[in-house]
Write a protein that binds this ligand. Structure first.
Ligand code: SF4
Ligand code: SF4
Length: 56
């Protein structure tokens, strides 16, 4: 299991700065999470201003 960022993402970058394992990077139109790197800590979900990262 891993977190996934929905299309609600406004590419603010806040989650990428908070991810302890640097699993989040800027993608095409939104930020994306590398599922193999994510450790399900939930930090991105609590950091995001629009609630885009969600546990799958
Ligand atoms: Fe990074 Fe944690 Fe979000 Fe996974 S849940 S992408 S490890 S901040
Ligand atoms: Fe997108 Fe939310 Fe991450 Fe900002 S914090 S880049 S809006 S997922």
């Amino acid at each position: 299991m891993a977190y996934k960022i929905s299309d609600d993402c406004i590419s603010c970058g806040a989650c990428a700065a908070e991810c302890p394992v640097s699993a989040i990077s800027e993608g095409d139109g939104k930020y994306v999470i590398d599922a193999d790197t994510c450790i399900d800590c939930g930090s991105c979900e609590s950091t995001c201003p629009v609630g885009a990262p969600q546990a799958e």
